[in-house]
Design a binder for this molecule. Structure first.
Ligand code: TRP
Length: 340
């Protein structure tokens, strides 16, 4: 919850993660860890975007559980609910309401150009629902409700932030300055983690188990997966993502987790064998994930606390979101309510 007086205005950050599966080391290095780093400098809103998840058929009990688990992970990586808002999207009805209104200011043509829509409709050919098509509009609503200045996302979501800007600019063009126009936030340390088995592809939870490290993997799983990670046959430790993607991926994981440059990490390991590279990577990953996992366990065992954080943050998020939503409704001509 935001406790700071509202006169001290920090730039606002909004980001969301779907509760649709295991988070990986890639999600941690690329997103969650940065969420924590941004917390002091920005007014951060971090959402568990469960409504987005409904574009693909879900098991209800599993989705409910995953929402709590993801919220617990947000807290376990150290996000402080006194500083950042951490809540479930579906708890704040303004998201769905604004999404409807913005749908009426978004063109079929621009939504048809979204590469993620094209990819996902190819992948889920038996369920190309309207939600999949208007998904970016809900995302625009998420961002615009909080008047976010910056949106930290991976490259795959950049196009959605761009359409958010287009929708906001269009709306502002008609009604005056209603929305802040958000920018994509590119992290200072934005290394991309690649698959352990096919290191030219991004590490992804939708690929087979052995290709990724889950945030909740046990040490023995981490050991096994890194041991089996693909390298190459020339036995030289050198940072060269193009020609040595496997070795370079392990070097960048170590660099990301220790905060050293890839050059420094490479220098430390030069002349050593791949066995040493892998054991260094394994230790770094285990050392990073162990305290997060312990904290995660603690929070999951204290559901009352977790629930109270989510409730309070959703309450505060609703208050903030409704300020924007009320303004939008006034602008478009929805009749006033309850203020006779
Ligand atoms: N679409 C994003 C993803 O799949 C998740 C998301 C939903 C999001 N709303 C957002 C990200 C708003 C940033 C801002 O990764």
């Amino acid at each position: 919850m935001q406790t700071q007086p509202e006169t001290v205005k920090k730039p606002i950050i909004f980001s969301g993660i779907q509760p649709s599966g295991t988070l990986t080391l890639g999600n941690y290095i690329g997103a969650l860890r940065n969420f924590k780093l941004l917390e002091d400098e920005y007014d951060c809103v971090y959402c568990v975007v469960d409504l987005h998840t409904l574009t693909v058929r879900q098991d209800a009990a599993q989705l409910r559980r995953r929402c709590l688990e993801l919220a617990a992970l947000y807290l376990a990586v150290g996000l402080d609910p006194q500083k950042s808002l951490i809540f479930c999207q579906s708890h704040v009805s303004a998201h769905a309401e604004l999404a409807w209104i913005l749908n009426c200011y978004t063109y079929m043509g621009e939504l048809s150009r979204m590469t993620q829509f094209k990819d996902k409709s190819a992948k889920h050919a038996d369920n190309i629902n309207a939600g999949l098509f208007t998904y970016p509009v809900l995302m625009a609503a998420d961002i615009l409700l909080y008047q976010a200045d910056l949106v930290p996302v991976g490259v795959d979501q950049k196009q959605h932030v761009e359409i958010t800007r287009d929708i906001a600019q269009r709306f502002n063009g008609i009604y005056g300055d209603v929305f802040t126009i958000p920018d994509v936030y590119i992290g200072k340390v934005g290394s991309k983690v690649m698959s352990l088995q096919e290191p030219t592809r991004k590490m992804s939870k939708s690929d087979p188990e052995e290709t990724y490290i889950a945030l909740l993997d046990k040490p023995e799983d981490i050991r096994r997966k890194i041991k089996r990670a693909v390298t190459d046959s020339d036995a030289e430790i050198r940072f060269d993502p193009e020609n040595k993607p496997g070795v370079s991926n392990l070097l960048s994981i170590i660099a990301a987790l220790t905060g050293e440059s890839t050059a420094a990490v490479t220098a430390n390991l030069s002349g050593k064998g791949y066995g040493e590279l892998k054991s260094t990577a394994t230790e770094c990953v285990i050392e990073t994930l162990s305290p997060i996992q312990a904290e995660y366990k603690r929070i999951m065992n204290d559901k009352a606390y977790l629930q109270s954080v989510l409730d309070q943050c959703a309450h505060e998020a609703s208050r903030r979101a409704n300020r924007t939503l009320d303004k939008v409704k006034r602008k478009v001509g929805c009749a006033p309510h309850g203020k006779a």
